[in-house]
Design a protein around this ligand. Sequence first.
Ligand code: 6PG
Length: 468
Amino acid sequence: MSKSEIGLIGLGTMGAMLSLNIAEKGFAISVFNRTSSRTSEFHAQAGVLADRITPCDSLEALVASIAEPRAIILMVPAGAPVDEQIAALRPLLGKDDLIIDAGNANFRDTETRAAKAEADGVPFLGIGVSGGEEGARHGPSIMGGGRKQAWDQVGHILTAISADYEGTSCTTWMGQGGSGHFVKAVHNGIEYADMQMIAEVYGIMRDGQGADAATCAETFKAWNAGPLKSYLVEISGEVSAATDADTGSAVLDIILDRAGQKGTGRWTVIEAQHLGAPIPVIEAAVAARNLSAMKTERERGEATFGAAPVALKSDALSVGELEQALIAGKIMCYAQGFHLLNAASTEFGWDLPMPEVARVWREGCIIRSTMLNDMAEALTAAPQDNLMFAPFFAKLVEDNMPALRKVVATAISHGLQVPALAAGLGYYDAMRTGRSTANMIQAQRDFFGAHSFERTDKDGAHHGPWGA
Ligand code: 6PG
């Protein structure tokens, strides 16, 4: 019997979909799941693709069924299960056999695993895969990290299964170690922020303008035909339009306002703090998710202080201004995300291919949007520069920022929450303030801790007259 070209462990939703995708692209694949009934069930449901899939009921059988040098994808929950799986698998493998962690790993874990693999002289890759179930099945965006040689062993398979943007595959090797998983984490941080800003604008329409879900659906659909064209705006239109079969109400109206999270957005914020890279829009989005979880406290607050949102006058904000605010907020968010990537690239010596990051996000992933193509072009011209200074985006910022300011000011004065949009506006204002108020911070630091300060008129470290 001929051997498989690749193996996959973990037939949860993502693993199963990825396996079918690999088989569909013509590669023979062996699969294994801890619960073997799941493996047989998966194989039985694979239809015409079943011939290219070898179900295995043990790790030994899996290893024996794959051609050497082997490549095995792990699609198991992030964290300890990955280490346990590697520990169980590695002793069965040869020196040249490659393990690929394709889960949503914390890049620090990937760095540790890559360093261990390096020390043991065995290949290892950590790849970020985005696109949810649909993407995994028909074409995800893939952000690879690890040794280039290891990437080259499987690059053709990953390229074949990934999404395609006008003939270009949305898969790239980002750099060494945990770089692929770091890029995926930033993708997720941006995902949180994009979602939050859409939710904030939805809140203005629902609570400020009294729009029903169907009206919001129409607005999102219209926006999806313009500069905001993106997967997240598109699905916002779809979820707003959906009706609940049991009650006849809009589905959106019966969904509890408590958002879950697996923590990848939080990782982005934590790493940004380590790197001293400001990403306030993403930070606000993560904080908003945390606040959403505090449902009981929020209800207590409403009973104590009265409800926050107050209706807007009918002509207070136009649909066009809301759209423009979202455009401006989005640019601020991505400028921060790419700045964070640049900071990490320098700190960890990854040499991240910035335009490529934007390119692999154009299709397949959750944050895919038309604007990412313009970002790829801007980053090709100036990979290290803040995106807001790229001529194309500087013009967009100038055109749309007045609307963001008006939307934020109006929302805040009516108790409507717009923390991520406001953070975008705050970032913009900070970034165009040549002389900030940090002179006061420096004076305070010097006063209580003799930390010294720089002067505007002389070089060197100085102290104020308040010293002993
Ligand atoms: C993707 C998504 C996917 C996902 C995560 C994060 O790129 O396909 O980002 O990885 O939705 O599970 O979701 P939460 O942190 O919101 O749970």
